[in-house]
Design a protein around this ligand. Structure first.
Ligand code: GTP
Length: 359
């Protein structure tokens, strides 16, 4: 089926990505290599597959990096435009800020840090069929108590936006992807910070606007935390998360150009080994992401962790659920456990430092 609806795409990529520090000190979150390619490439492949060509990026933090990498988008079959906020305007403010670049009657807006398998054409069709002002992708999740929830009535109309509670009345949560009627974007206040989740949506509901739910239960993950980032990357590598932008075939690992993995090393669980990275004899790398030029020495164990560009892990070190910044070194024999983060360029000396966030 072709998309009957003329639609622009807007991707919000201006956040500082504080939860992913220190990786986001050198690159904005949507540019972090995920299964061998910037996360945004996966989203662009999805947008393109839905038949959409015109994409506006709402940028703020490290704005220049996006255009340097993706240019005008023609290599991806897209027409990319960049709009920069001098001061971050938050999600709703960022949507309003791209209003004058919108050409079609409707726009589909994406948070730039969600991996999702939801069918965009179905969401657009739901929007047209219901005649809604805004159609929100609502994801059904196993544990809705961790999120605010969004109940809908029998016709699919949104009834409320509820805060996080231990016993939410529905398992539907706001999945960070919305189709807006262009005229509704114009009603968002200009020139100040506006949260689309906390201000725009509740305000529209209060004013009697028609907000509709597109309820879905396919793959969905917010990759905003280190744990989710490694999981999302591993899911892409293993073919669990959908994409057509993978840098190689799906499987237990993705080893990029010029990387060296010793015969007696074990690389599994959807790990990515970046270009020119090294995994030495007897080392184990599971469910992890090694950026380019990272190195894991003999007999070391790296599980559910991210090693930044050029980071080094010494002999026999053990890392589980850890983020190591660009160019940092974890000395031989160190043991770093869940939540530990090593800042870029730092060297932890050999000799068995043990650190755990809950120690
Ligand atoms: P944290 O600091 O770790 O919470 O990450 P974040 O800054 O990315 O915030 P959050 O995950 O809540 O943002 C959701 C989406 O909105 C992400 O794709 C952000 O890039 C984007 N975003 C958040 N704030 C802004 C903003 O002020 N301007 C723009 N253009 N995008 C934003």
């Amino acid at each position: 089926m072709t998309t009957e609806l003329e639609v622009d795409a807007v991707v919000l990529v201006g956040g500082k990505g504080t939860r992913l520090r220190p990786l986001t000190l050198s690159a904005p979150k949507p540019m972090l290599p995920t299964a061998g390619t910037p996360y945004l490439s996966h989203l662009f492949s999805r947008i393109r597959a839905a038949g959409i060509r015109h994409v506006v990026l709402g940028t703020s933090y490290r704005a220049e990096v996006f255009e340097e990498y993706f240019g005008d988008g023609s290599a991806l079959g897209l027409e990319l435009e960049y709009v920069v906020e001098d001061e971050p305007l938050d999600t709703g403010g960022a949507i309003r800020n791209v209003y004058d670049r919108l050409r079609a009657e409707h726009a589909i807006i994406f948070n730039g840090d969600i991996l999702s398998g939801a069918d965009l054409r179905e969401q657009l069709r739901t929007h047209v069929d219901s005649g809604a002002d805004v159609t929100l992708h609502l994801q059904r999740v196993p544990d809705p108590s961790r999120f605010g929830s969004v109940p809908t009535d029998a016709d699919g109309r949104v009834q409320a936006f509820l805060e996080k509670t231990p016993n939410p009345p529905t398992d539907q949560i706001n999945a960070g992807c919305y189709v807006f009627r262009r005229s509704v974007v114009e009603t968002i206040p200009t020139g100040r910070r506006v949260s689309v989740e906390r201000e725009t949506f509740p305000g529209l509901l209060e004013a009697g606007a028609h907000l509709h739910g597109f309820v879905d239960s396919s793959y969905w993950l917010d990759v905003g935390t280190p744990e989710a980032f490694v999981r999302g990357s591993a899911d892409l590598v293993r073919g669990i998360a959908p994409t057509s932008a993978l840098a190689g075939p799906t499987g237990e690992s993705l080893v990029l150009d010029g990387a060296r993995v010793a015969d007696t090393a074990v690389v599994s669980g959807g790990s990515t080994i970046g270009a020119k990275a090294e995994v030495a004899a007897g080392a184990t790398v599971t469910g992890s992401v090694l950026f380019d030029d990272a190195a894991v020495a003999e007999g070391a164990t790296v599980e559910r962790s991210v090693l930044g560009r050029g980071a080094r892990v010494g002999e026999g070190a053990v890392l589980r659920g850890v983020v190591v910044g660009d160019g940092a070194t974890v000395g031989a024999g160190c043991e770093l456990l869940d939540g530990a983060r090593v800042w870029p360029g730092i060297t932890l000396p050999d000799g068995g430092i043990r650190f755990s966030s809950d120690a």
